[in-house]
Design a protein around this ligand. Structure first.
Ligand SMILES: C[S@@+](CC[C@H](N)C(=O)[O-])C[C@H]1O[C@@H](n2cnc3c(N)ncnc32)[C@H](O)[C@@H]1O
Length: 256
C-alpha cells in the first residue's frame, strides 16, 4: 500500500507544501481510513495540491470538503471536492458551511495559522467531527511566532489554549471545578496529542472513569474501614486546598 510520504514525493500535480515529518504523523492516524468511505474537511487550499494528494491517498470513496478565503480556490472543485469560500475566523460563515456538511471523519486546519483563526475554527467545527474522528491543527509552531499572535507562553496562543484543555481532560479527578472549562467540546475530547507543529484531538465522548481491584488478597473489615477513611480524608483535603488555590488566584495582585 502506498504511504502518504510516497504519495507526496511522487506527486506531480498542483503545488503542495508540507514539512517532511508530518507524513509519519499523518500515516499513523490516516492509514485506517484508506479506501474506506471517509469525509475530510481541509481548511486552507492554496494551490490545491493537498486536495489532490488526499484524493490519491484515501482512494475513490473519499469526500473532500475545503475552505479558503481566496475566491480563486473555487477552481479546484470537482466531483470529489466541494469548496467553500470565506474566512475560517468568521463564525457565521462557518455555521453556513457546517449546515451543508455531513459528519466528518477528519478536520485538518492548514489555513491562515493565526491564533484567532485556529481557535475560532476549532470551537465552531469541533463537534462536526464524528465520534472517533480527528480534529488536527497543522503548523502550530505559529503559536510561538509574534506575527501570528503567538509567542512563548503567550496565553492567547493556540498551544496555550490547547494546554488548558488538558485540565478539562482530567475533570473527573478535580474536586474544585470552578475555574475549569467544561462544555460539550471538552466532554468530547478523548485525547490530545502534541507533536512538533501538529496537535491532534481525538473526538470521542470520555466515559466516566472507574477503577477496580482484581486478585486474591483478603482485605479485613478493619483495613477496609481504614482505607475508606483515608480516601475521604484525601478528598476533603483536596477540596480545601483547591478552595485556597482559587482564593489565591482570585486575589492575585490585591493586598489580602
Ligand atoms: C498553508 S496554505 C494551505 C496549503 C495547502 N493545505 C497545502 O497543503 O498545499 C494556507 C491557505 O490558507 C488560506 N487562508 C488564509 N487565511 C484564511 C482564512 N482566514 N480563512 C480561510 N483560509 C485562509 C490562504 O488563502 C491559503 O490558501
Amino acid at each position: 500500500m502506498t504511504t502518504l510520504r510516497e504519495t507526496f514525493y511522487n506527486h506531480t500535480g498542483n503545488l503542495i507544501h508540507k514539512w517532511d515529518h508530518y507524513f509519519e504523523i499523518y500515516e499513523k492516524y490516516f492509514s485506517k481510513y484508506k479506501n474506506k468511505k471517509v469525509n475530510i474537511l481541509e481548511i486552507g487550499i492554496s494551490h490545491g495540491g493537498s486536495l489532490q494528494m488526499w484524493k490519491k491517498y484515501f482512494g475513490e470513496n473519499v469526500n473532500i470538503f475545503a475552505i479558503d478565503v481566496n475566491q480563486e480556490c473555487k477552481k479546484h472543485e470537482d466531483d470529489k471536492i466541494k469548496i467553500f469560500i470565506g474566512s475560517q475566523s468568521d463564525v457565521n460563515f462557518l455555521k453556513t458551511v457546517e449546515s451543508q456538511l455531513p459528519e466528518l471523519d477528519i478536520i485538518l486546519d492548514d489555513g491562515g495559522h493565526t491564533m484567532q483563526q485556529q481557535i475560532v475554527s476549532f470551537e465552531q467545527l469541533y463537534l462536526k467531527v464524528k465520534e472517533g474522528g480527528l480534529y488536527i491543527v497543522e503548523d502550530t509552531h505559529s503559536s510561538y511566532w509574534h506575527a501570528f499572535g503567538g509567542g512563548l507562553k503567550n496565553k492567547n496562543s493556540f498551544i496555550e489554549y490547547a494546554k488548558n484543555l488538558i485540565d478539562s481532560l482530567y475533570d473527573s479527578h478535580i474536586s474544585n471545578k470552578r475555574s475549569l472549562l467544561i462544555n460539550e467540546i471538552t466532554k468530547n475530547i478523548y485525547s490530545i496529542s502534541y507533536y512538533d507543529s501538529i496537535v491532534v484531538f481525538e473526538k470521542k465522548l470520555r466515559p466516566k472513569p472507574f477503577h477496580i481491584q482484581k486478585g486474591n488478597e483478603t482485605i479485613t473489615p478493619y483495613k477496609q474501614t481504614e482505607l475508606k477513611k483515608k480516601s475521604v480524608f484525601i478528598k476533603i483535603k483536596d477540596k480545601i486546598l483547591g478552595e485556597i488555590d482559587t482564593f489565591k488566584a482570585n486575589s492575585k495582585g490585591k493586598i489580602i
